[in-house]
Ligand binder design. Sequence first.
Ligand code: 1GP
Length: 264
Amino acid sequence: MFTFDSMFEPLSHIYQDLLDAKRKGEKKFSVLIDPDKLRLGRMDQVLDLAQRAKVDYFLIGGSLVVNDMLDKVLTDIKKHCDIPMILFPGNSFQLSYKADGILFLSLISGRNADLLIGNHVISAPFLKVSPLEIIPTGYMLVDGGIETTVSYMSNTKPIPADKDDIALCTAIAGELLGLKMIYMDAGSGAHNAISTRMINTVSSGINIPLTIGGGISTPEKAVENVKAGADNIVVGTAIEKDPSLIIEISQAIHEVSKKSKEVS
Ligand code: 1GP
């Protein structure tokens, strides 16, 4: 019989950091890098800005990433800065030991068995012996006004944008199943970001960290979302178009953390 003894203790403490931040009312900002979409000429600029802006995490992934680009992007980031790199895999091939952690995603808004458990079985032997910090995450797609790549690729329907009760019950179910974080996503390039009402409803019903992404393109929207209860904001498309937004959005999110500290 095969044995899969874990060889490494994960070096990073990303999840503990998220929990500590949640307890203190500090908000986190993650920049999504899709290795296929980011023009490599822009990579250095994005990394410089992210470092200056004290971005908390890089999420690395996309729905259609090819592996050699993934390793190259991770190596480039590591050379440049020490912002933790978290894999956000679109499928079970997007795995690399070069990252610090991985969102072990279960697509709990959908009813596609492969994305609830099937792909996890395939990647389990790799992850069990990997040095990656594994963050079991309930991933919930919410309708963002257009069919997104992830909705098409996953063959699942997103939660309707106005069905806050479905979102809430799905998130609670994820928490009760033992998932450690909820990631509500309107999908990359969504026309409509998730409503603050839905964020507020979901964040009030769970105790685990809540990550929000999809269609966020301004500092104002990011601030609305963290004030509504998001613990971690993910931005990708807007930054690919205009990397200077990294500074503005990061400052705005971290400012909310400072203010909530002053109040407490
Ligand atoms: C997508 O939540 C992320 O999975 C980020 O979305 O690219 O629209 O910022 P955007």
